[in-house]
Design a protein around this ligand. Structure first.
Ligand code: GLN
Length: 285
């Protein structure tokens, strides 16, 4: 059986990804080798002569072919890192975005002095928001709601993987319609892409993210029209909600927040400086 050196594989995969038009070829080659070879970056650097079996190398080459044909690496590997934790993905879950980490940051900051106790995640998908927050606050309890059963199964698996499943409930439902009770933290990354814009998104997104997690109706605001009034009913008096929004939606979302009798207290920008996360409070006197 032929064996290859790790350094050769790294160079070869990077070159193939580069000529296939992938933006960060070396980084993706590294992630692929780490995941498929059970190796670390330190192995690639410090032990370039580590042998890699022919079958392992062949598997990596197949992954590279899929990647070049437009499948995101996270989908090929079935896992995406979010806020430093690996999350399993499914066909019906959105691939978590770095932009959404802004929401976690904002929520953690808002509860710096006293951790949140009861968390509600509307449209939980892979569970990345809820599971990350439960992981950070080891006394908190959370409910994740999703319209998709397969997504809920993935979210639950992620909760188990990160040791928070005994403090998480995953429910099938339409936003908070079937829930009672109140929460001191509500988070949501609802679909917000106007449906005529979906065909302008990258082929990675269009062909591999579930439409249910993207499509915000004709103007992109349809989900907010349902989610925001429900936040009003499910938030404790001193509670805070954090809702992700799309590019340029801040003014209209603020209007919906006010119309529901809530206060649009702040907007948090993402790593690219785009207004991304709405902080919403009840504003009770
Ligand atoms: N941020 C995602 C994108 O632009 C959309 C996610 C969403 O609709 N919540 O692809």
């Amino acid at each position: 059986m032929q064996r290859f050196f790790l350094s050769e594989i790294y160079r070869d995969l990077s070159a193939r990804l580069r000529s296939g038009g992938i933006e960060n070829p070396a980084q993706e080659a590294r992630i692929l080798i780490e995941a498929r070879g059970g190796l670390t970056w330190a192995d690639i650097i410090a032990r370039p002569e580590t042998p890699v079996s022919e079958s392992c190398a062949a598997g990596m080459l197949q992954d590279v072919e899929r990647r070049i044909s437009g499948e995101p690496l996270s989908r090929i590997l079935g896992v995406r890192e979010f806020y430093g934790l690996p999350f399993a993905l499914g066909a019906e879950t959105l691939d978590p975005r770095p932009d959404t980490e802004t929401l976690v940051d904002s929520a953690l900051r808002a509860f710096e002095k006293r951790p949140a106790e009861r968390i509600l995640d509307l449209g939980t998908g892979s569970g990345c928001l809820l599971v990350t927050l439960l992981y950070k606050w080891n006394q908190a309890f959370g409910v994740g709601v999703d319209l998709s059963f397969p997504a809920l199964r993935v979210a639950r698996a992620n909760a188990i993987r990160h040791g928070v499943a005994d403090r998480a409930s995953f429910l099938n439902g339409v936003w908070a319609e079937s829930l009672l009770g109140t929460f001191d933290l509500i988070v949501s990354n609802p679909p917000y892409i106007p449906n005529q814009d979906i065909r302008t998104l990258s082929k990675e997104v269009q062909n591999h993210d579930p439409i249910l997690a993207l499509d915000g109706g004709a103007d992109g605001l349809e989900a907010f029209r349902n989610v925001i009034p429900e936040i009003k009913n499910r938030l404790t008096p001193k509670g805070v909600a954090f809702v992700e929004i799309g590019f340029g939606q801040a003014v209209e979302v603020a209007r919906l927040v006010e119309k529901s009798g809530l206060v649009p207290s702040r907007i948090h920008a993402d790593i690219s400086g785009v207004e991304r996360v709405f902080e919403i409070r009840r504003g009770d006197k």
